[in-house]
Write a new protein. Structure first.
Length: 154
């Protein structure tokens, strides 16, 4: 697997957050490319974490934070976890596209409606949170892939 470095740019918050989030999204997808469904659903860990679960989980994170909490959209089809790796990647890409459209039409300072009684956050915070969450799980995906078949690289 090709080892791709993150983009370097001197842009504003929107450009920087967008580029780094997309890099991490792409990294996660690259790590699961070519894995057969049996391996994708297999976990070498006591927690049961698998490549298939992580890919579905990352779609869920973007759905929860941007589509549901920020944009207040509810689509019952979004809740259906994919059963195969290709379906999970397709679902993740589709969700990311929906999220990107909402982000492009919104101010980073736009507040997210209170959803849990805690302090409010804005879209900038949500994107930063998704960036760190995606990077964290892309790292998990990297380790799982290496454990499953020895494939390494970003």
């Amino acid at each position: 697997m090709t080892d791709l470095k993150p983009p370097r740019l001197a842009g504003d918050d929107r450009a920087t957050l967008g580029a780094l989030l997309q890099y991490q999204r792409d990294s996660l997808v690259r790590k699961v490319a070519g894995v057969d469904d049996d391996r994708a659903a297999t976990s070498p860990l006591p927690s049961g974490t698998s490549l298939l679960w992580l890919t579905n989980h990352m779609a869920d994170a973007e759905i929860t934070w941007v589509l549901q909490r920020f944009a207040r959209q509810v689509d019952p089809d979004d809740a259906d976890h994919a059963a195969t790796m290709q379906e999970a990647v397709d679902r993740y890409r589709r969700v990311c596209g929906e999220v990107d459209r909402i982000v492009a039409a919104s101010s980073l300072d736009e507040p997210c409606p209170h959803f849990d009684g805690g302090p409010g956050v804005n879209l900038r915070w949500i994107l930063t949170h998704l960036l760190q969450e995606t990077a964290r799980h892309a790292g998990h995906t990297d380790i799982l892939r290496e454990l499953l078949d020895g494939t390494t690289g970003r």
